[in-house]
Design a protein around this ligand. Structure first.
Ligand SMILES: [Zn+2]
Length: 131
C-alpha cells in the first residue's frame, strides 16, 4: 500500500499550478470512494484548498506516537488522528436523496445580490444550509 504517495503538482505550461476546485465545506457529509476507508461516510473536519485535501472524521485514521512534554501539557502515548485525503476521492452526500453526488451550482438572486449555491446534480436539492 502506498502510504507515502507523493502529492503530484500538476502544472500548466506557464508554470502556474492547476488546482481542481474543491466543492466541499467543513461539516459536509461525504462518502469516501477510494483508499483504505472506501465506502465510509463522515463529516468534513477541514478543507485544504491549497493541496486539494480534506480531513474526514474517522477516515484515514493514523496512529501518532507522541512523547510526553509536561511543559506543554502533552501526554505521551499513541493517539489516533485523521489524516488528510484527496478531495477528489470523496463525494458529498446529498441530504435530499442520500446519494453520493457531484455538485452543481445554481445562481440565486436574493434581492439585488446574486448568490451561488451548491445543489445536488441528481435531485436538485440544496447542499448549502441556509445562512
Ligand atoms: Zn440529491
Amino acid at each position: 500500500m502506498a502510504r507515502t504517495a507523493k502529492v503530484s503538482r500538476r502544472k500548466a505550461p506557464g508554470g502556474v499550478k492547476v488546482r481542481e476546485r474543491v466543492d466541499l465545506k467543513k461539516n459536509d457529509t461525504v462518502k469516501v470512494l477510494a483508499g483504505r476507508d472506501k465506502g465510509k461516510t463522515g463529516r468534513v473536519l477541514s478543507v485544504d484548498r491549497e493541496k486539494s485535501k480534506v480531513l474526514v472524521e474517522h477516515v484515514a485514521m493514523v496512529k501518532r506516537h507522541t512523547r510526553p512534554n509536561p511543559s506543554k501539557q502533552i501526554k505521551g502515548g499513541v493517539a489516533e488522528r485523521e489524516s488528510p485525503i484527496a478531495a477528489s476521492n470523496v463525494l458529498i452526500v446529498c441530504p435530499g436523496c442520500h446519494k453520493a453526488v457531484r455538485v452543481a451550482h445554481k445562481v440565486e438572486t436574493v434581492g439585488d445580490k446574486a448568490r451561488r449555491t451548491r445543489v445536488c446534480r441528481k435531485c436538485g436539492a440544496s447542499l448549502d444550509k441556509k445562512a
